[in-house]
Design a protein around this ligand. Structure first.
Ligand code: NI
Length: 179
């Protein structure tokens, strides 16, 4: 349970979070591996990552990367994976194949489309018999900002072409981030 203690002008709310000392040490060690940076930013990233996969509505426009490791000796698996991707048509943007060692391959498949169909396709790829390990990263094609309510119909709040604005708009927190 956390309590909001202060609302800053930039739209950020300060909260106090109780966390085990050792867990925090592990978190800091992980942070250091990504080149340091501040805890708040890293926590916000984790929260977004956790929410984005579950809150996207089925119609949301998304891109996803599906990573799978599989044994290419597994009967007909290569063929099934290729078939699945052909059926998906232009929802498959690109595929990267790496021969890891004698019998194991890594494949990264980039998908684009509606969240619902992309998720179904990703689940089928990861769930194919013979896939040893798999994971999915999904994100919206629209920028994801902290004040978005994912259930909303998303009216773009940004202009892609330079708008004839009389004064520069204040930079929104989270705007211009990599996602
Ligand atoms: Ni291979």
């Amino acid at each position: 349970m956390v309590a909001a203690t202060k609302t800053a002008r930039d739209g950020l709310v300060r909260i106090g979070v109780a966390i085990e000392k050792r867990l925090l040490a592990r978190f800091d060690a992980w942070l250091a591996t990504r080149g340091g940076g501040n805890r708040s930013e890293a926590l916000r990233d984790l929260v977004r990552d956790r929410l984005i996969a579950t809150e996207l509505d089925a119609e949301a426009d998304v891109v996803a990367s599906v990573s799978i490791v599989y044994d290419h000796h597994q009967r007909a698996l290569n063929q099934r994976l290729t078939e699945l991707q052909h059926l998906a048509g232009d929802r498959v943007v690109s595929t990267l194949h790496v021969h890891l060692e004698h019998d194991r391959c890594l494949e990264v498949i980039v998908l684009r489309g509606r969240a619902g169909e992309v998720r179904t396709l990703a689940d089928r790829l990861v769930g194919e018999k013979g896939v040893l390990h798999g994971g999915v990263f999904v994100t919206r094609r629209e920028p994801w900002t902290d004040d978005d309510a994912p259930a909303h119909a998303h009216a773009p709040a940004h202009a892609h072409a330079p708008a004839p604005a009389p004064a520069p708009a204040p930079r929104r927190p989270g705007a211009g981030k990599r996602r």
